[in-house]
Design a protein around this ligand. Structure first.
Ligand SMILES: [Zn+2]
Length: 120
């Protein structure tokens, strides 16, 4: 899913790097700790924008979403789950990092709980 030009602008840098200091993930807002691997991207549109995505969110991005806006991956996952219910790409979910998989499964479980409420 890597074009040279996306909707948001031209990709100048897109690589997996090791954190030399703490960063914040653009998707889940969690801290990317020093020493952890994360995805570092520089996108040029009107300005230069730097996006840092933790390994967990990056696995979700690579396996579960095709089109997205930065910072909206988890919102997108929740939308998909509430829309398609049981028709989830389970084999793809199996390829996520354990942390990401747990979070996706939690969202699915929560959606089931919401369904139960509707039935009652
Ligand atoms: Zn993250």
């Amino acid at each position: 899913v890597s074009d040279d030009v996306t909707d948001v602008g031209a990709v100048l840098t897109d690589k997996i790097v090791k954190a030399r200091k703490d960063h914040k993930c653009v998707e889940c807002r969690k801290t990317i700790n020093k020493g952890e691997m994360y995805r570092y991207e520089v996108i040029k549109n009107d300005d230069l924008n730097v996006f840092k995505t933790c390994a967990d969110c990056n696995s979700v991005r690579e396996h579960l979403v095709c089109f997205f806006y930065y910072g909206e991956i988890w919102w997108l996952i929740e939308e998909n789950i509430s829309e398609y219910g049981d028709q989830q790409p389970w084999s793809k979910i199996g390829r996520l990092t354990p942390v990401a998989r747990e979070r996706v499964c939690k969202i699915i479980e929560d959606s089931w709980r919401d369904d139960e409420k509707v039935i009652k």
